[in-house]
Ligand binder design. Structure first.
Ligand code: 1QQ
Length: 395
């Protein structure tokens, strides 16, 4: 990392951007972004509008594109509001890159955003697996990278430039499971998950550990792979063990097909899923079979809260649909970036990292947010249940 520092300084010097390098916050001189190999700085003279280019890596095409689309919608709504509100002080530009949910795609996007587009920070990528692959690249390049939907354990262990406002499954899943055990009287559960996806594997581990903690009997377990379309064999086997509940850790496409098939096979017990189900695509794919599905989420558009309702209204006006959790966390992330950039007083990767690390009691549409010492979000989950085509509070 030190070598990188040196190279960066040399590159900046050779570009004649000497003023900017090592310039402390006092009286910083206006300088253009350092360009190729530069530090992403677009420092502004006090009183001048800060120009901040932020990269976004999203699952914008392929089997999970609805996640990325929701994130893009949330970010663009926030962008319009913020650039209006911060006129003369801060102007944010977003540069979107599609990773297609692939680790390689995420790595390439992060490299491009850092080295070619010279962004001050990156929001995304969408999947935990993508963050595990691309986070180290940003961390090594000392560029803040901010996960808005990475819920697996270990995300922040990648390094000190890695942040997230997405509620970890280790908080969300136990909340949902406790509520389901209490209300539906669960005693025996069967587990199924996608074995080739980091997020789904992590969710499965949390489900299993929680079941053990709650003293539930695990009757059977099964796996599938993302991309599979036939789940009959696994679900037939699971159903034969007579569980009270099926715990599903999967992304929305496969997860919804699992739910649909389980009902088709006559499973009438509780179905509980992880964070991957928090998207309206579930209702499109599973149809009426989604009824009764229990999930935990940090965001519900039904929440009786002025900030949430103002967001829902603005989102509906712009997109003609209600926002989901992915849109909400994306929306919040840009407000966090904006607040931190304004506090930093310039578009500087290092200053921004410092400000992000200090974030405390930020109130967004997905709740109150602070980071623990490992920059993990501390927040609450609400438990929701699918009812007539939408998620409503599980009460
Ligand atoms: C993760 C997730 C997914 C559901 C994001 C789409 O939570 O990959 O961590």
């Amino acid at each position: 990392m030190k070598g990188f520092h040196l190279m960066r300084s040399l590159a900046a010097i050779s570009l004649g951007a000497v003023l900017m390098v090592g310039c402390s916050s006092g009286g910083n001189t206006s300088a253009p972004a350092a360009g190729e190999g530069g530090s992403g700085q677009a420092a502004s003279t006090d009183g001048q509008e800060i120009q901040a280019k932020i990269g976004v890596v999203g699952f914008l095409s392929g089997s999970g594109a609805a996640y990325g689309e929701a994130q893009k919608a949330g970010l663009e709504l926030a962008l319009g509001e913020l650039n209006e509100a911060n006129k003369g002080k801060l102007k944010i530009e977003l540069k979107f890159e599609d990773s297609a949910g692939e680790k390689e795609g995420a790595i390439n996007a992060v490299n491009k955003l850092i080295n070619q587009d010279n962004v001050v920070a990156i929001i995304g990528p969408t999947l935990s697996g993508e963050m595990f692959a691309a986070g180290p690249v940003a961390n090594e390049a000392e560029t803040p990278i901010f996960g808005i939907s990475n819920t697996s354990e270990g995300i922040n262990d990648i390094g000190e430039y890695v942040f997230r406002n997405s509620l970890p499954e280790s908080i969300a899943i136990p909340t949902a499971m406790k509520a389901a055990v209490e209300k539906n009287g669960l005693k025996k559960v069967a587990l199924i998950h996608a074995s080739n996806d980091d997020f789904s594997v992590n969710g499965y581990k949390v489900m299993k550990a929680t079941a053990e903690k709650l003293g539930l009997e695990i009757t059977s377990e099964a796996t599938f792979a993302n991309g599979d379309v036939d789940f009959s064999a696994q679900l037939t086997k699971l159903k034969q063990t007579n569980p009270d509940a099926l715990l599903v850790s999967a992304l929305y496409k496969e997860g919804s097909m699992v739910v649909k098939k389980a009902r088709e096979l006559g499973f009438t017990g509780t179905i509980l899923g992880g964070n991957g189900f928090n998207n309206p695509k579930v209702f499109e794919i599973a149809g009426p079979a989604a009824e009764g599905l229990i999930v935990a989420t940090p965001f519900s558009p039904e929440k009786k809260d002025d900030k949430v309702q103002a967001f829902v209204k603005a989102f509906e006006a712009k997109y003609n649909k209600k926002p989901d959790q992915f849109a909400a966390q994306a929306y919040d992330s840009l407000y966090i970036m904006s607040q931190s950039l304004l506090a930093a007083g310039k578009a500087d990767r290092e200053e921004l990292r410092g400000q992000l690390a200090q974030l405390k009691d930020f109130t967004g549409v997905s709740g109150k947010l602070s980071f623990d010492e490992k920059r993990n979000p501390i927040g609450d989950a609400v438990v929701v249940v699918a009812k007539e085509g939408k998620f409503v509070p599980f009460e």
